[in-house]
Structures are given as structure tokens and as C-alpha cells.
Design a protein around this ligand. Sequence first.
Ligand code: CP
Length: 322
Amino acid sequence: MNRHLLSVDDLSREDIERLLDRAASFAEVSGREIKKVPTLRGRTVINVFYESSTRTSSSFELAAKRLSADLVSIKAQGSAVDKGESLKDTVQTLSAYDPAAIVIRSPHAGAAALVARWSAASVINAGDGKHEHPTQALLDLYALRRRVGPLEGLKLWIVGDVMHSRVARSGILAFSRMGCEVTVCGPPTLIPRGIESLGCRVRYTLDDLAEADVVYALRMQSERMEGSFVPSLREYAGRYQIDGRRLGAGQLLMHPGPVNRGVELAAEVIDSPQALIVEQVESGVVVRMAVLYELLAGGGGSGAGERRAAGPLGETTEPQPA
Ligand code: CP
């Protein structure tokens, strides 16, 4: 595995399987009353979130804390960004603390790759504009595998605003790498031209949705839309909303959150047993623990800062010579 996790393309199928297995081993820790192991004790993780987040920021914080890392969390609001400090200057400032990892979310595609050039730390992309969100794809794989078992041959339909979705891009790469047949579906204005090259089919109507084993609905990302991509949300919902009529009894439903209730999903499917939405959130902690472990302690990357040799569950906890 590379030293950084910037894209699903950084991961082979073998890397993904190892990460998912590692996450499963951390799930055992999450079931304990004391959900903490000393694996990253003495190492520093810095979360830099320049865009709003509930799930990703909280689960990365929990993951770092449960691995006993020292954690610093920076949000654009209230930081020196408010005073005009650039991302490069912020990264160079934070690098003075010798972090082992920097987790970065930014509204700009390519921001995580830039941080990787500016810092000696391992960099994890927690979402960069419309580009990628690789840990979301990993937790989606983990949650689905936990529910259904092997993923090979599963038919997955990703429905909605593919154009503005980093989740869709990382998801297509990850699910197809694991042997799923991926279809993206939405209005032509919300499907990027050439998206098939990532390893998916394109459909513009839900007419064949019944063939899907899993329906993965995307949020309408109004904040990234400069013009009008659909005549109205009401019309969009009429044609593409996943509701109790469209979701078949044997189909599973996924969504990365946050959900626009009544737009891409109807309330009755969000709260149905077919939905994995809560399981996806729950999976975020153990999958991000696995990513931090693999990059910082698992031999997957050199990282920065003091190296410690410890098993994933903290079997060996004393500092080892580098
Ligand atoms: N799925 C996801 O990235 O959610 P947040 O924006 O809440 O982190």
C-alpha cells in the first residue's frame, strides 16, 4: 500500500481486502466496554476539515482516539484560514508538530495530493471537492460485505447526482475493483460524459432498476451546482427518488449521508430494514481505524514521526527502534 490514501486507485484488490479484514478485527475492539488500544500511542494525527462534515470528521476523530493517537482537529472556521492563511502555510505550520498523519477534507479537487507534496506525514483524503472520497468507498464495501458476504458479481446501481459526487467516483472504482457490476443512473445533466471509463454502465431512467441487488442513492449536492441541472427538485424526485414503490423487497439501499429526505429518498425506505445507512456510519470508525493502522503501523507506509511496532489490537506497545 502507498504511504498516502488519496484515491481508491492507490489500492489494489488485495489492499482493500486486507483493510476490510483489519476493520473487522477492530470491530471486536468496538464491541468492548473500553474501546481503546495503544497501537498509535505517542503518534499525532491532525484532522483538517475545510468543508462541513459530521460523519467523516467524527469517525476519524474516534478512530484516532481509539488507537490512542494524539489528535488535533482544525476546521476552517475559527482557524487562521479566517485570517487568510493559505492551505500550504497551514500544512507547513501543522507539520511543525511532526504528525504521523494528516486527514484533509477540502472543497477543492486535488487538495489532498497537494498536502502530500507539502508534508512528510501520511495524507488521507477525506473528500476533495468532486474528485474522491476513498474512505467512504471502503466503509461502504465493509458495510455491504458485513450484510451480504462476498461482493463478487453483485449488481449495484448508483442513482442521482453523479456529476458532483466524489462518493460516486470512489464508489465506482472500489465496487468494480471488488467484482461488482456497477451502473450509474440519473438525468443526463447529472452524469459526467465518459464516466464509463471508470468501470460502470450508464442509464438515464430507473426502468431497469429491478435488476439491482443494491441501490446506492446519492445526495443532490445543491451547494456544488452553479446553474440549474434539473427543472426542479420536485420533478427530479418524481423521476429518480427511491421510494417504497421503486425499491424491491429483495433490494438493499445505501446512501453516504447526509440525506435530503423527500428528495433522493422517501422516508419509508430510509427507515426500512433494507437500508444500510446506519451500518455505513457505524462502519466508518473501524474502517478509518484500519486505514490509520495500515498507513502508520501496518507496514503499508513509512509515515512520519516516531515509529512504533504494535499489533492492531496493541499486542506490543513499547516504542521500537526505527
Ligand atoms: N458521507 C460523508 O462524507 O458525510 P459527512 O459530510 O457528514 O462527513
